[in-house]
Design a protein around this ligand. Structure first.
Ligand code: DC
Length: 236
């Protein structure tokens, strides 16, 4: 079975290493990687830059501006990574900043924003051969994905990971601030009315609290191979 037709959905809480695993799987299996969280982050950055966040609240006007927001991914040969572009501008670093972190879950809870981005994501993955990470990939974006992984890790591990990630990008914050932000985002992501983060019945849990990057990749590649085998059996 050709991995190019495989769709892998990775969902889970904030800072569980979804994008690291998704990128590693894409390289290992020759799939396209799509970071759906980056798309919500780009919309949040647009709202901040266009004065659509007033006293920490997202203005309803954002819904009318969705048609003006172009989001795309471009391969950066310097770091061999895919950078997020918002209306033609590289915003890869800006969308990871604390000010975007503070507002992105509110933006992601707006049904019109979700509908718009889900449509784009489904279009990007319509031919298969894709690994996408987010919160609603297995439940809403690709409900028939051949492999669904639900990632989790101890909260202390996740806080330390996010703190390191922010520091590496030059954003200073305390562990306490990171803890508050992660808890706040998990709460909003799991309790919002429109497509909250859930583990679907057919998703496999991957708890990577004490797994190395290589170990988690090994596990997931084996799951992907099994998924490909059963796809091959079904198409016989
Ligand atoms: O994965 P991330 O931290 O980059 O995601 C940023 C925010 O976007 C997160 O708070 C949840 C939201 N999100 C979502 O609601 N649905 C997705 N498919 C991806 C992200």
């Amino acid at each position: 079975m050709n991995p190019k037709s495989l769709t892998i959905a990775i969902d889970g809480y904030s800072s569980t290493g979804k994008s690291t695993l998704a990128k590693d799987l894409a390289v290992a299996l020759g799939l396209n990687y799509i970071d759906s969280g980056a798309m919500y982050r780009a919309v949040a950055l647009y709202a901040l830059e266009n004065n659509l966040v007033i006293n920490g609240k997202v203005s309803p006007v954002l819904k009318d501006k969705l048609g003006e927001i172009q989001i795309s991914f471009h391969f950066n040969p310097e770091n061999k990574k895919s950078d997020t572009q918002l209306n033609g501008k590289n915003v890869e670093d800006q969308i990871r900043s604390a000010r975007v972190n503070a507002i992105v879950s509110e933006v992601a809870a707006i049904p019109e924003v979700r509908r718009h981005l889900v449509r784009l994501q489904q279009k990007m993955g319509q031919t298969g051969g894709v690994v996408m990470d987010g919160r609603d990939i297995g439940s809403v974006v690709f409900p028939s994905a051949e492999l669904k992984i639900f990632m989790t890790a101890d909260e202390s591990v996740r806080i330390k990971r996010r703190w390191n990630e922010l520091r590496e990008k030059g954003f200073e914050s305390t562990l306490e601030e990171v803890r508050e932000n992660i808890q706040h985002r998990d709460h909003l992501d799991t309790t919002r009315e429109d497509s909250p983060l859930i583990k679907t019945e057919d998703a496999i849990i991957l708890d990577n609290s004490s797994l190395s990057r290589e170990e988690q990749l090994d596990i997931a590649v084996n799951w992907a191979k099994k998924a490909m085998k059963s796809m091959a059996l079904q198409t016989r």
